[in-house]
Design a protein around this ligand. Structure first.
Ligand code: 5GP
Length: 204
């Protein structure tokens, strides 16, 4: 894209090429602290826009429709699949989760670095479609710490925790398919590391 500065008389004073944003995927096991890191990243880096996913899972207590997710019925979600409105979607823990495409395109064109917080299956689907996407894996300090965090959240049943832990192990085993692995031992450090990765790639 190009933008021009135009004088009051309508003459073009200068034309410059816009810096196009990059597409980032952030994955990591449930409870790895992804959400907190991404929240902090949005505060310290105004080039970043977070894509809001659609899901058919029920909202948790503190979650708001249109902020954390677009909460849809199964029928609404399947209608969007049929219309080809997702960049990717996957079945995670028995619910649909998906990235609506138009907003992502819009934001990239505006020069934003767009961040998708999605699972490993979705990440690989996006990588196939968009080889330029950069993949960041957020690694919990240890499996024990992950279990502690997941239990501390008190939003899942014992059975759901077990499912999430076994998926976590499987996801951690695939971290070598990512371009960057960021250790989450401290939120601020992890957020700064991601900010540095984004700056290093900006305009490329
Ligand atoms: P949660 O239910 O804890 O919010 O999310 C569960 C999992 O779904 C997380 O691993 C999260 O990254 C993933 N997820 C969230 N949105 C999407 C999406 O749009 N697509 C895919 N493939 N996964 C998603």
């Amino acid at each position: 894209c190009f933008y021009s500065v135009i004088s009051k008389r309508g003459n073009i004073i200068m034309t410059e090429e816009c810096v196009k944003g990059n597409l980032y995927i952030v994955s990591g096991p449930s409870g790895a602290g992804k959400g907190t890191i991404v929240k902090r990243l949005l505060e310290i880096d105004d080039t970043v826009a977070l894509s809001i996913s659609c899901t058919t899972r029920a909202p948790r207590n503190h979650e708001t429709d249109g902020v954390h997710y677009y909460f849809l019925s199964k029928q609404e979600f399947e209608d969007m699949i049929a219309k080809g409105e997702f960049l990717e979607y996957a079945d995670v823990f028995g619910n649909y989760y998906g990235t609506p495409l138009p907003k992502v395109e819009e934001r990239l064109a505006e020069g934003k670095n767009v961040l998708l917080e999605i699972d490993v299956v979705g990440a690989m689907l996006v990588k196939d479609k968009r080889p330029d996407a950069k993949l960041i894996f957020i690694m919990p300090p240890s499996f024990e710490e992950l279990e502690r965090r997941l239990r501390g959240r008190r939003t899942e049943s014992e059975e759901q925790i077990k499912t999430r832990l076994s998926k976590a192990q499987a996801e951690m085993n695939r971290s070598d398919e990512y371009d960057y692995v960021v250790l989450n031992d401290e939120v601020e450090t992890a957020a700064q590391k991601i900010k540095a990765i984004i700056q290093e790639n900006y305009g490329k």
